[in-house]
Design a protein around this ligand. Structure first.
Ligand code: GLA
Length: 721
C-alpha cells in the first residue's frame, strides 16, 4: 500500500508488517523519515523533532536525505554524482513530481523483482537545475515485507554529463547503536556470516572484480545489538546485481547511512542530452522478530517474485542430478561416462551432468574455452550420441559451459583475438590460464549465442551449468573510445544478462544453474535467470554448514546447489558421515557428485531411500519456511535447522553433528520453532515414529542422538495428526 499525504507532503509505503516513509521539506529536499514497524493507516508524520543545532539552514549535512549528491554540504557518502560539462561535480536535487502506479516498475536490460499486477509502484522525480533528473522508483507487494528501490537518471541538459556515481539506494538511520552483518569468505569458504558493531566512519564491503566474487556477497544486515535469531530489529539489504558493487555503512553524529550500488571504481557513464541510465535494483526487508523472520521474508520474496517459472513453483520437481566433475575431472571417455550414468540410474538419479572437459582438446584447464564443439577423441558420436545413450539408460542429460571465457589456446582466440578483454600494449593477465571475453560488445555476445544455440539444438539438453571461473582484469574494450572505458564493467554485466535472457526465453524449460568457481556470483541478478546457483566448490559437510547457513541469511535453500560427495572430501580431506552429507545436500538442491562406479550394489541401494525421501518431501523443502535452530559457529561444530510448511501442517528437521553441543552425560534436546503449538505431530526419523504435541516440541524439544563417538546426524519428518 502506498499513500501520499498532500498536505504534509509525506509518502508512506506499507507492507504487511513494515512501513517506509519519506517527506519533502519546505525547500523541496526529499528526506527519509522512517523504516521500521508498520505505521497505522493514518500514516503519522515520523520526521523526528530536531534539536535546534540540526536546523537544516545551519547544518544541512545532518539531514536524512533519500538520495544524496555532493556539492550540497552533505559530506557523507553520496548516492549520485554527475560531472557536468563545466567540470562541476554537484547536484542539488529537489522534488519535482511523483506518481503512484499499479503493478511493479521494470528496469530496461536489468533483472529485477518481477512484474505483478497486485504490486504497487511509486516514482518520485527529483531535479537538479543543471540538468540531472532522478526518478526514484519504489515497489511493494501485498504478500511479503519486501520493498524494492531503483533509480533512473536522465540528462535533461543541453550538454553531455558523466555519471561518476550511481547508487541503487541510500538509507539513513538516526543515531543509535547498530551492528553490521555481512557474509564473506574465500574460494571454498564463501558467505560465512560476520557481525560487528559499527564504528565511526565508513565500513565498506565490495568488489572490483567484475563479479561479486568469493570475498563478499552483495547483501548486508544492520541490526540492534540485542538482535538474535528470534528477536530484535534487523534491516536486510541486497542488490539485484552481478558485477562490481560497494556496500557502505557510514556512522557519524547524524546517525548511520547505508549506501549500496555499483562500485564507483572505474565507473564513468556518459549521458548525452536526453539519455538515461537505470541503476540496478536494491531490495530491503525489515524485521522486528530477529534475523530468522528477516530471512524468511527474503526467501518468500525471492521464491514468489524473483525466480523464474516453472522453477519458482515449489511443486515443480527439480531433477536429482549427478555431476561428473568430482568423479572424473578432465579424465574420461564415453565408456567411463556411461558407466557413471548406469551406476547413477541404479541409485535412481534423474539427470546426468557432463561437467568440464567435453569440448575439443580440453584435457586440462589450459585450452579450448570458446570452442564449444564436442571433442571427438572423448565423444566419438558427439553430444547427440552421448545424450542418446544416457537417455537410453533412463537419465536426462545436462551440460557444463563457461560462455564468458576464452583460452589463449583456442580456435576462437586465434580467430578473434580482439574479443578478449585486454589493455593495448600491456600483457594480458591469464587467470586459471584463461582470458575473459569482452561481453560489453554485442557481436561477442552474438557469437557465443550462436555457439550455444548449436549445442542446445543438437540434442535434448535439460540442464545447463553456466560457469565463470575468474575475476575480470585488463578491463578495456577495443570497441569503445577512450572516454567511454569507464562503462566497460557495467556493459559487461549487461552483456551477461542479455545472453542469459536469450537462453531462458528460447529454452524456457531448460534448468539453468549459475556457478562462478563455486559461489563467486551468488546474487539476485543471477537468480532472476537461474533458479539455482552452485554454492561452493567445497562439498565437505562440515564446511557447508557455515557456507549454507550464511547463504540462507538472504537466499532460500531451493537456490543452493548442494551435492552429496565422497570422503575424504576432495577439498578438505574431512571424513563426515553419510547422513551429515545427505542433510547438507537436502538443505539445498540435492544432487550427487562422486564416483558411484566405485560403490557396491549395497551402497547404491543405501542412497535410494534418501532420493525417495527428497521426492516425497521436495515441495516442503523448496517452499517451506526456514528456522535456524543451532548455528555452526566455532564453539559448536554442529548445526540444526528446520523447514515448516506455510500452513504448519508438516516440517522437516535436520541436526548435523549437534551431539557435540550437549555432551556431558545427558541427552541434549533440540527445541523446535515455527510449529502449531495446539496440535499434535507424528515425528518420524526413518526408523521410529512417535506422536508429540507442537507445544512439547517447541518447549522440551526433540532428543538428539547420543553423546559420544562421531557426531551423529539426524533427519526427521513431522506431520500434523
Ligand atoms: C569450477 C566449478 C566446478 C567445476 C569446475 C570445472 O571450479 O565451480 O564445479 O565445474 O569449474 O572446471
Amino acid at each position: 500500500m502506498i499513500r501520499y499525504d498532500a498536505a504534509a507532503k509525506i509518502f508512506t509505503l506499507s507492507t504487511p508488517h513494515t512501513s517506509y516513509q519519506m517527506k519533502t521539506d519546505a525547500d523541496g529536499r526529499l528526506l527519509h523519515t522512517w523504516y521500521g514497524r508498520r505505521l497505522p493507516d493514518s500514516c503519522p508524520d515520523m520526521a523526528e523533532p530536531r534539536a535546534p543545532h540540526t536546523d537544516p539552514g545551519c547544518w544541512p549535512d545532518l539531514l536524512p536525505l533519500e538520495y544524496p549528491a555532493p556539492g550540497t554540504a552533505d559530506n557523507r557518502c553520496c548516492a549520485v554524482c554527475p560531472e557536468y560539462a563545466d567540470g562541476t561535480e554537484a547536484a542539488d536535487l529537489r522534488y519535482a513530481s511523483h506518481k503512484i502506479l499499479p503493478g511493479k516498475y521494470s528496469l530496461p536490460g536489468l533483472p529485477a523483482f518481477r512484474q505483478d499486477a497486485n504490486a504497487e509502484s511509486l516514482c518520485i522525480t527529483l531535479w537538479d537545475a543543471a540538468g540531472l533528473q532522478v526518478e526514484l522508483w519504489y515497489a511493494v507487494y501485498p504478500d511479503c515485507d519486501l520493498i524494492t528501490r531503483a533509480a533512473v537518471l536522465t540528462n535533461t541538459g543541453s550538454a553531455p554529463l558523466i555519471l561518476r556515481r550511481a547508487a541503487s539506494a541510500c538509507l539513513d538511520f538516526s543515531p543509535r547503536p547498530l551492528e553490521l552483518i555481512t557474509t564473506d569468505g574465500v574460494w571454498a569458504g564463501e558467505r560465512t556470516p560476520h557481525r560487528a558493531p559499527l564504528r565511526p566512519g565508513e565500513q565498506t564491503i565490495g568488489s572490483v572484480r567484475g563479479i561479486p566474487g568469493h570475498a563478499h556477497n552483495p547483501a548486508a544486515i544492520l541490526c540492534t545489538p540485542d538482535t538474535t535469531e528470534t528477536q530484535g530489529e534487523a534491516w536486510g539489504a541486497l542488490l539485484v546485481y552481478s558485477g562490481n558493487f560497494a556496500l557502505t555503512a557510514e556512522s557519524c553524529e547524524a546517525g548511520t547511512r547505508l549506501l549500496l550500488g555499483i562500485h564507483p571504481y572505474h565507473f564513468a557513464w556518459t549521458l548525452a542530452p536526453g539519455q538515461s541510465f537505470a541503476v540496478p535494483e536494491a531490495a530491503f526487508v525489515y524485521s522486528r522478530q530477529g534475523l530468522g523472520e528477516m530471512s524468511r521474508q527474503f526467501h518468500t520474496a525471492i521464491r514468489r517474485h524473483l525466480l523464474r517459472r516453472p522453477w519458482a513453483d515449489p511443486q515443480t520437481p527439480r531433477p536429482v542430478l549427478i555431476n561428473s566433475w568430482e568423479a572424473c575431472y578432465f579424465t574420461f571417455d564415453e565408456q567411463r561416462l556411461l558407466q557413471l550414468a548406469r551406476a547413477a540410474k541404479q541409485a535412481d538419479i534423474d539427470l546426468f551432468v557432463l561437467d568440464d572437459g567435453w569440448f575439443q582438446g580440453r584435457n586440462d584447464d589450459g585450452t579450448s574455452l570458446g570452442d564449444w564443439v564436442a571433442d571427438p577423441a572423448k565423444l566419438p558420436d558427439g553430444l547427440p550420441g552421448l545424450c542418446k545413450k544416457v537417455n537410453d539408460i533412463g537419465l536426462d542429460f545436462g551440460l557444463w559451459v563457461e560462455p564468458e571465457a576464452i583460452s589463449p589456446d583456442s580456435d576462437l582466440y586465434r580467430t578473434h583475438p580482439d574479443w578478449a578483454l585486454k589493455i593495448p600494449h600491456r600483457e594480458t593477465v591469464a587467470i586459471r590460464r584463461q582470458y575473459t571475453l569482452d561481453f560489453s560488445r554485442p557481436e561477442v555476445v552474438d557469437g557465443i549465442w550462436a555457439q550455444l544455440q548449436a549445442v542446445l539444438n543438437s540434442c535434448p539438453i535439460r540442464y545447463l551449468k553456466w560457469d565463470m571461473n575468474r575475476s575480470l582484469a585488463n578491463v578495456y574494450s577495443a570497441a569503445l573510445p577512450a572516454a567511454r572505458q569507464g562503462e566497460v564493467y557495467h556493459r559487461y554485466v549487461l552483456g551477461v544478462y542479455e545472453l542469459q535472457r536469450r537462453l531462458t526465453e528460447a529454452y524456457p524449460d531448460l534448468l539453468l544453474e549459475n556457478c562462478a568457481g563455486g559461489g563467486a556470483r551468488y546474487d539476485c541478478g543471477m537468480l532472476y535467470f537461474s533458479p539455482q546457483i552452485w554454492c561452493s566448490d567445497n562439498t565437505d559437510a562440515r564446511a557447508r554448514m557455515s557456507i549454507q547457513y550464511g547463504t540462507g541469511l538472504f537466499y532460500p535453500g531451493c537456490t543452493m546447489g548442494a551435492h552429496f560427495s565422497t570422503v575424504p572430501n576432495h577439498c578438505t580431506g574431512h571424513i563426515s558421515a553419510p547422513q551429515a552429507r545427505m542433510a547438507m545436500a537436502l538443505f539445498g538442491t540435492f544432487g550427487f557428485e562422486l564416483d558411484l562406479t566405485a560403490y557396491t550394489q549395497k551402497e547404491l541401494d543405501g542412497l535410494t531411500p534418501f532420493i525417495a525421501w527428497y521426492r516425497a518431501h521436495g515441495a516442503l523443502l523448496r517452499g517451506g519456511d526456514l528456522y535456524r535452530l543451532v548455528n555452526p559457529d566455532a564453539a559448536n561444530l554442529g548445526a540444526a535447522w528446520m523447514t515448516v510448511s506455510h500452513d504448519k501442517v508438516e516440517a522437516a528437521v535436520f541436526a548435523v553433528g549437534t551431539a557435540l553441543a550437549g555432551s556431558g552425560g545427558h541427552c541434549p534436546r533440540l527445541v523446535l520453532q515455527g510449529l502449531n503449538e495446539s496440535v499434535a505431530y507424528t515425528v518420524t526419523d526413518g526408523e521410529n515414529t512417535e506422536t508429540c504435541s507442537g507445544f512439547v516440541l517447541q518447549t522440551l524439544g526433540l532428543p538428539l542422538p547420543g553423546d559420544y563417538g562421531e557426531a551423529p546426524s539426524k533427519i526427521w519428518y513431522l506431520k500434523q495428526v
